[in-house]
Design a protein around this ligand. Structure first.
Ligand SMILES: NC(=O)c1ccc[n+]([C@@H]2O[C@H](COP(=O)([O-])OP(=O)(O)OC[C@H]3O[C@@H](n4cnc5c(N)ncnc54)[C@H](O)[C@@H]3O)[C@@H](O)[C@H]2O)c1
Length: 435
């Protein structure tokens, strides 16, 4: 294998660790830097601080190529390309908080042979603003490349190794070419463009996907009042290749560390420039209402929820991750408690993260333990083990009969055959209720 360019990754969260593992898999030596000493200590011991399928094996396989440190100097000594993967969480105004990005920028020395490669999702204009800062500080030779990340938690390694495309925004200098060369072995289309356009590709992609989800959720809500089944409707429209079948699963709304914050960051970015992005305002509003509709469904069947025991199956924002950021379960569990319900929850992986973010919820040890004596259960996260539940056992364990399938992921017929009442999102059950 020809010698690969060594790189550094700053920020060892979901994106940073996957980027490090992916480039190590392709043969690069990788210096991983984080300010979180505990995280670095764990990684040095061979422990992985996040849950991402397959990540522990790849990191273990390439231990010899991966170096973990809190010392940025080590990264600068060994690598020209510094991939930045620090968090850009939302501020109360909906803007992106660039505090961590600016801390990294401020720590850069004057250098004519280094480049920042921005993987963090940042507002359009950030790259040019950073270049301005570099100029003001006499660091004009420090290069900057925008290389937004499109991985999905749960399938992140596969997404890194088989991307639909790689987007590289640069100013036509050595750094853009070096990043291009690093990704070339993946054989994916590489979109070379200017920095602001690369930044916008990322925000626009997430905004479009979120729009698709809110769109199908609104169709689902209309299906409920008109007698159509949104699963059939989604199949029917998804086969149109101008539309495509993905992101047409109606449910209780999107969450996670990216969609909510990136959509509001784009809406806010437009607003700050004097443009009111009406469509995105609606996308976010629909999403908020969608999380709350489940409470309405429970009330419709159970009446007043005071003292009712509601079981939540799944807490993570989606399956195969322990990420609880902006998870729909957070809003749902808080709303249910506000209505006086007793909330019991089970998640196969995300419990530790959930315990940091939810209060007043009882944690069960298994799915069956969770539904025991419950008046209703709500599927919040479509983990595979919930789809494979033995519904007769569930029916026996529950006090009530109501199953709200918040992700339209369960087998409605099997649930009804077990004597339970099935309520999906935008679906009219076709099988008559078993008495
Ligand atoms: N998680 C995703 O699915 C995903 C996908 C695409 C893009 N992104 C974007 O990638 C970026 C990172 O997201 P994430 O989910 O990996 O975040 P994360 O919170 O999991 O990780 C961020 C890491 O950066 C570290 N950090 C903060 N300040 C630092 C500094 N000054 N120096 C070194 N390390 C520092 C933190 O300690 C943390 O370990 C965000 O901008 C996000 O929007 C995330």
């Amino acid at each position: 294998m020809p010698e690969r360019e060594p790189i550094a990754v700053i920020g060892t969260g979901y994106v940073g660790l996957v980027t490090a593992a992916g480039f190590a898999e392709l043969g690069s030596e990788v210096w991983c830097i984080d300010i979180d000493e505990d995280k670095i200590a764990m990684l040095r011991r061979g422990e992985v601080p996040i849950y991402e399928p397959g990540l522990d094996e790849v990191l273990a396989r390439h231990r010899g190529r991966l170096h973990f440190s809190t010392d940025l100097g080590e990264a600068l000594d060994h690598a020209r390309l510094l991939f930045v993967a620090v968090g850009t969480p939302p501020t109360p105004s909906g803007d992106a908080d660039l505090g961590a990005v600016h801390a990294v920028v401020a720590a850069m020395p004057a250098s004519d042979h280094h480049a920042l490669v921005m993987k963090s999702t940042v507002p359009v204009g950030t790259g040019n603003a950073i270049k301005r800062v570099f100029r003001e500080q006499g660091k004009d030779q420090f290069r900057y490349v925008s290389c937004p990340e499109f991985l999905k938690e749960g399938t992140a390694l596969d997404d890194f190794l088989r991307p639909d495309r790689v987007v590289i925004g640069d100013e036509g200098d050595w750094a853009g070419d070096a990043v291009d060369e690093l990704y070339a072995p993946l054989g994916a289309p590489i979109v070379r463009t200017d920095i602001p356009s690369a930044e916008m590709v990322k925000l626009a992609a997430n905004a479009f996907l979120a729009t698709k989800i809110s769109f199908i959720n609104e169709i689902a809500n209309v299906c409920e009042v008109t007698g159509a089944d949104v699963v059939e409707v989604a199949r029917g429209i998804g086969l149109d290749d101008r539309i495509g079948p993905k992101f047409l699963q109606a449910g209780i709304g999107f969450g996670g560390s990216c969609f909510p914050k990136d959509v509001s960051a784009l809406k806010q970015l437009a607003g700050n420039s004097g443009y009111h992005f009406q469509l995105l305002a609606a996308v976010l509003e629909v999403n908020e209402l969608q999380k709350r509709r489940v409470v309405g469904k429970l009330q419709q069947h159970l009446g007043n929820l005071v003292g009712k025991r509601i079981a939540l199956l799944g807490l993570a924002f989606k399956p195969d991750t322990d990420d609880m950021r902006e998870a729909s379960s957070l809003v749902l569990s808080a709303r249910l408690q506000a209505e006086g319900a007793q909330v019991v929850a089970f998640d196969p992986i995300a419990e530790a993260e959930a315990r940091k973010r939810v209060t007043g919820v009882e944690f069960a040890r298994s799915a069956l333990d969770c539904v025991r004596d419950a008046d209703a259960l709500v599927l919040v996260t479509e983990w595979r083990e919930f789809k494979e539940l033995e519904w007769r056992d569930v029916a026996e364990a529950m006090a009530g009969t109501l199953v709200v399938d918040g992700r339209n992921a369960l087998d409605a017929e099997a649930i009804q055959s077990a004597g339970l009442r099935y309520e999906g999102i935008g679906r009219t059950p076709r099988v008559p209720l078993v008495a």
